[in-house]
Design a protein around this ligand. Structure first.
Ligand code: PLP
Length: 388
């Protein structure tokens, strides 16, 4: 059997894959099993922050791999301690819990919010408000947090205690806060899976103010929009707010599985021995990768991310067949007159990998993609959108 046949025979049928077997890559280039070359504007869904097989990242990871690849959390180890310090110094958050994925980072955020509210206000204060069209993960609880019925249908009953407000509708948030005993509001600054939609600044600052007034925790899900993706280290920094909890994963370790839940002043001591845990969480190899990534997301790189974002918008906005470009930094959603799936397939035929978000073409290039590759890839997308 070839790889596609093996996969459909033996791998659970959860993924509608593109008809492409990827074999190797270098930076923003990737090759399939027949040696065809593609420019990668998807980075494994915002994971390969500095592209594939990046040399500096490779050395950091392999050095740790050959020293100590796993310890469990029964012992101290250097990489995760240093990574937690770096995250706190860069964000002003106070403590970090490490896990292995975005869903787990959000699970931890939810547990912390419930425990904080139970201890401070009473156990009945468990409701967490999330936004319609959000995406927070695939576990039963993070599915419950996800404000999209399509994800819920076959898996009920889900975890109780979530209520959904319209994105950018402060009146709906206020109404839910009035009706429910709330622990937290959780939201993505840029809804990724929901179609690459940034929240409005006024809405975000109104929610932050409401949370402060009512002692409701503000949780930012930065699993996709964080780690430099939106032109600041974390997307909430573009909004001038100070969340109580920040969850992240995807791009954090630059291609290895690592989740982090950062805890601010109010909640820094909520987690106590055995209240939460993870066997792999903060794994030394993943943490070494993340330390390397984080050290390179500096002001110069972030300015470059914003510049490349402007470049893409300038080329695409108003071009033939392009309806709009949404998003921030190098997390962009391109609405085309043609069906997004057709545009994506045509890009692939012409050597460019892009992905979908709802009815849009989603661009998530490596933060250090060379301008020459970026401009070639954007031209391919532009021609596909124009159907030329
Ligand atoms: C991808 C994603 C998740 C889930 O992350 P996994 O690592 O797949 O569990 C959660 N929240 C957001 C905003 C995401 O984009």
């Amino acid at each position: 059997m070839n790889i596609k046949e093996l996969d459909s025979e033996y791998i659970a049928g959860t993924y509608g894959r593109f008809p492409l077997v990827l074999k190797s890559g270098k930076g923003s280039l990737v090759w399939d099993e027949d040696g065809r070359e593609y420019i990668d504007l998807g980075t494994g869904i915002a994971v390969n922050t500095f592209g594939i097989a990046d040399e500096e990242w490779n050395s950091a990871v392999t050095a740790q791999l050959s020293k100590l690849s796993h310890t469990s959390n029964l012992y101290y180890s250097e990489p995760c301690a240093k990574l937690a310090e770096a995250l706190c110094l860069r964000t002003g958050m106070k403590k970090v819990f490490f896990s292995n994925s975005g869903a787990e980072a959000n699970e931890c955020a939810i547990k912390v919010a419930r425990k904080y509210a139970a201890e401070k206000k009473g156990r009945e204060y468990y409701t967490i408000i999330t936004l319609k069209n959000s995406f927070h993960g695939r576990t039963i609880t993070t599915l419950a947090a996800t404000g999209q019925d399509v994800f819920h249908n076959d898996f009920t009953p889900l975890t109780e205690g979530f209520a959904y407000a319209g994105a950018n509708c402060i009146e709906e948030v206020e109404a839910l806060v009035a009706e429910n005993k709330c622990a937290a509001v959780m939201m993505e600054m840029v809804q990724g899976e929901g179609g690459v939609n940034p929240l409005n600044e006024d809405f975000v600052s109104d929610v932050a103010e409401l949370c402060r007034r009512k002692d409701i925790l503000l949780i930012c899900d930065e699993v996709q929009c964080g780690n430099g993706r939106c032109g600041s280290l974390y997307a909430y920094m573009n909004y001038g707010i100070e969340p109580d909890i920040v969850s992240t994963a995807k791009g954090l370790a630059g291609g290895l599985p690592l989740g982090a839940t950062m805890l601010g002043e109010k909640v820094k001591d909520v987690l106590t021995p055995s209240s939460h845990g993870s066997t792999f969480g903060g794994n030394p190899v993943c943490s070494a990768g993340a330390l390397n990534i984080l050290s390179r997301i500096d002001d110069e790189l972030l300015a470059d991310v914003r510049k490349k974002s402007e470049y893409i918008k300038n080329v695409l906005c108003g071009a033939d067949g392009i309806v709009s470009v949404s998003g921030m930094g190098l997390m962009l959603g391109v609405k085309t007159e043609r069906d997004a799936g057709e545009v994506i397939a045509e890009c692939m035929e012409n050597g460019v990998l892009v992905i979908k978000a709802k009815d849009k073409v989603r661009l998530l290039p490596a933060l250090n993609i060379p301008m020459e590759l970026l401009s070639r890839a954007v031209e391919v997308l532009k021609r596909a959108a124009a159907n030329k």
